[in-house]
Design a protein around this ligand. Structure first.
Ligand SMILES: Cc1cc2nc3c(=O)[nH]c(=O)nc-3n(C[C@H](O)[C@H](O)[C@H](O)COP(=O)(O)OP(=O)(O)OC[C@H]3O[C@@H](n4cnc5c(N)ncnc54)[C@H](O)[C@@H]3O)c2cc1C
Length: 487
């Protein structure tokens, strides 16, 4: 066993997206950030286009932001968490400015604010036109690199050592780090699906490792499909996103004959289902921004324009073919308001965690806000703890070897997509459960499938076609022992 004794006893942060970097910048002691790459390309954070939601415009309030969040969440948000995170929005914007993120401003010096679907005010701060995530991550990374207490380890998490539900260390691809504090900020799981806007490496591997360590998972069935990814027949790449800000600016959704067929700024799940229904009828769906007044499309949305042109489309001259794609996982590791999971010493924040902010359907641009503030709160919680000098228990054997190959992207899309059916879910689980004990992708996918099978209703992003009707709102949590895994 290679022991990375240099980092022994330090907090270990898994992931260098916004959640991980936000936590790292807040920790007041030596810590190590672990990620397979620090170029940003393996993060969803860097891909974010629209920006970050925060009630900082005239006439807006965090109460209004909270109400919109709760409405989108279809009965499953935790109202206390929603209020706490939306209250933190304006301070989070201050944090962006303090770190030098070049947020767009109006001519009068006020912050420029986008409108996005299901928000009742313009409240999305943005940078670089539609390159908000890249601008934010660049500023956070530049500052973190200057901080001497933050160390960097290019490696992957391969397991947790957590006897009796108490963290004693983490396994990485380069060795074992004994520690009592780990902040898991490893992002989402869209790469499990055939069509996704996420980096394809985001396949829920660390979520599965946390489950193996005993962590409780919650709301796993709620996977959000973005209505407007640029349609492509190539399944080997992630799909480019056409941000909600484009519809917020007034672009139309049309059929091939130019007919409009849905309310463009309805919540994501509603728009995604409307598009999916048309695609099922072999219609084609387009987003059309040619009529937008004001600055040209390419000035407003330079990143989207570039991606479209690379794919052979010119948004200033033609309508763009779109399809829904898996975009965000509302569920994840169940955490309390400080980010603590059910495993002592394991915190989680960002997309891998489930705070209760999003409920059954995330409101657009709430995830960067959640990643930023919850990363800080997890770090604050660790900062408040005194150092424990008692010896850590070394593992008696190496972590079990898990596999991560995933041949079921198409099945995931078919059975756990926008429209779901009991029979399809059962067929899916028959395929994945036999592998779930040893294959980490199969385990996360099985949790999603199992939770979807046990939610016999239509709620938010989870739509069971065979549902007998709505049930009283309830959130479901699961642990490894709840799955019927073969021994
Ligand atoms: C195309 C796109 C556009 C979006 N636009 C917006 C938007 O405008 N506004 C908004 O609020 N949200 C948006 N989102 C969602 C938002 O970007 C993400 O939810 C958020 O950035 C997640 O941040 P994170 O830090 O939790 O994860 P990520 O940014 O995905 O970072 C995860 C990190 O964990 C690392 N990692 C993963 N597995 C391991 C492992 N086993 N070992 C070590 N490291 C690991 C990764 O390499 C990466 O460094 C968008 C998402 C996408 C995909």
């Amino acid at each position: 066993m290679t022991l990375l004794s240099r980092y022994a006893g330090w907090p270990v942060i898994i992931g260098a997206g916004l959640a991980g970097l936000s936590a790292a910048l807040r920790l007041n002691r030596p810590c190590v950030v672990l990620a397979p790459s620090f170029s940003g390309e393996t993060t969803a954070s860097t891909l974010a286009q629209g920006g970050m939601a925060a009630a900082c415009g005239a006439g807006d309030s965090s109460e209004s932001h909270a109400q919109d969040t709760i409405r989108a969440g279809a009965g499953l948000c935790d109202p206390a968490v929603v209020q706490r995170i939306t209250n933190a929005g304006p301070q989070a914007v201050e944090r962006l400015l303090q770190l030098g993120v070049p947020l767009a401003h109006n001519a009068d010096g006020t912050l420029a604010l986008h409108l996005e679907a299901a928000h009742s005010h313009n409240r999305i701060v943005f940078a670089g036109g539609d390159r908000s995530g890249a601008s934010i991550l660049h500023s956070f990374y530049t500052h973190a690199k200057k901080q001497e207490n933050i160390h960097w380890l290019e490696a992957s998490l391969t397991g947790f050592h957590a006897p009796n539900d108490t963290l004693q260390g983490v396994w990485t691809s380069t060795g074992f780090i004994p520690t009592r504090h780990c902040i898991l900020a490893a992002g989402g799981c869209g790469g499990l699906y055939q069509y996704t806007t996420n980096p394809l490496a985001n396949r829920g591997i660390s979520l599965a490792l946390a489950a193996h360590a005993g962590a409780r998972l919650v709301d796993m069935e709620f996977t959000q499909f973005h209505p407007t990814a640029l349609a492509s027949p190539d399944h080997t790449k992630r799909l480019s996103l056409i941000s909600e800000a484009v519809r917020g600016a007034g672009a139309y959704l049309t059929l091939e004959n130019g007919e409009r067929f849905t309310e463009e700024l309805a919540p994501r799940d509603v728009v995604s289902r409307a598009i999916a229904a048309k695609l099922r009828q072999n219609r084609r769906v387009f987003i059309d921004g040619r009529h937008l007044a004001g600055p040209s499309f390419s000035e407003r949305f330079p990143g989207i324009t570039q991606a479209c042109r690379q794919a052979g489309f010119d948004p200033e001259r033609q309508a763009l073919p779109v399809q829904p794609a898996m975009h965000y996982h509302m569920g994840g590791i169940a955490v309390d308001h400080t980010g603590r999971s059910s495993v002592q010493g394991l915190w989680a924040c960002g997309e891998v965690a489930c705070t209760g902010l999003h409920g059954a359907n995330r409101l657009a641009s709430n995830s960067l806000l959640e990643a930023l503030v919850c990363g800080q709160w997890a770090a604050d919680d660790i900062n408040g703890q005194t150092n424990n000098s008692s010896p850590l228990t070394a593992p008696s054997s190496p972590t079990p070897h898990y596999t991560t190959d995933w041949p079921f992207r198409a099945e995931m899309q078919r059975h756990l997509g926008i429209l779901r059916h009991k029979q399809g879910l059962q067929e899916f689980l028959e395929k994945t459960l036999p592998h779930a004990k040893t294959n980490l992708c199969a385990l996360t996918a099985s949790f999603i499938g199992w939770a979807a099978l046990h939610r016999d209703e239509q709620r938010g992003a989870h739509w069971r076609e065979d549902s007998p009707g709505p049930l009283p709102p309830s959130r479901h949590s699961w642990q490894l022992k709840d799955l019927p895994l073969s021994s």
